[in-house]
Design a protein around this ligand. Sequence first.
Ligand code: C2E
Ligand code: CA
Ligand code: CA
Length: 288
Amino acid sequence: LLRRADIALYRAKAEGKNGYQLFTPDMDEVVQSRRLLEVDLAQALAKGDQLHLAYQPLYSGINGEITGVEALARWEHPTKRNLPPSLFIPVAEASGLIVPMGEWILRTACRQAVEWNIGYVAVNVSPIQFRQPGFATSVKRILSDTGLHPSRLELEITEGVLVDKEKSGAVLASLRDAGIKIAIDDFGTGYSSLSYLRQLDVDKIKIDQSFIRQADNDEGGRSIVLAMVQLAGALRMQVTAEGVETHDQRAYLSSIGCDQLQGYLLSRPLTPNAMEEKLNGTMGVLAA
Ligand code: C2E
Ligand code: CA
Ligand code: CA
């Protein structure tokens, strides 16, 4: 029975918020399949041929050029096809595998950025990875090993990580002192209060896709996005719009001075080969 209570608790935590969960039999299955996935993931990490990175370009809102790329983890599971990161990253986090996996991701992305000579590479960092003792040191070691200049690495972190300044402050300062850039991912979905954002020492906010989706032709939706862009400007932070899917959204975002645009309209995440072709071709510049 205790185990069942644990499972329900685990589930309630995973669902976030302040919810509660009653145990249901199907949860047992969920936990079991997670365990199996955990074993597979450990193997994938050890073997090293199943994990890959996809790269999605970020475009300047002003001239349409590629300013950088975001690295996104992909797992080619031997039998399960198309396991999305939204499924395997939580498994990696719960098992602690996110730490070695995160290091591999960082190293691979940095090496790629050196090879491509692009403006910057953005890498997602899990809260668990960020809170790991020695995180800043390990990032700096990877930079010196790969030869990537610190200013060309951007770490994407969610608001929740930064909200506890006592815990995250020293790590954040150490990274920024080294010249590494910090972006708040999924901005607007977490704890953000305006006064709190002011206290944060970050270089960029990435407006969450849910807000961009409402910026099509909707006055109210647009005014929220406009407020975020203006706020970032006032705080001297860069601002990126995530999940740009329509011409309407893109036109509006450019018109209000959004610094960077990212989304399926401009480019889906690409394999390294496809990304390289895009960088080599004239496709870096958006067609008008
Ligand atoms: P994220 O960091 O917010 O990444 C953006 C996600 O939105 C990516 O999904 C990307 O493929 C997708 N996306 C990009 N443009 C559009 C668009 O126009 N429309 C829509 N609907 N989606 C778009 P993906 O690759 O499935 O990753 C999902 C999440 O998994 C990421 O969200 C991130 O939180 C996590 N993740 C992915 N790779 C890593 C990683 O290397 N490390 C860590 N810690 N987390 C990762
Ligand atoms: Ca991200
Ligand atoms: Ca995001």
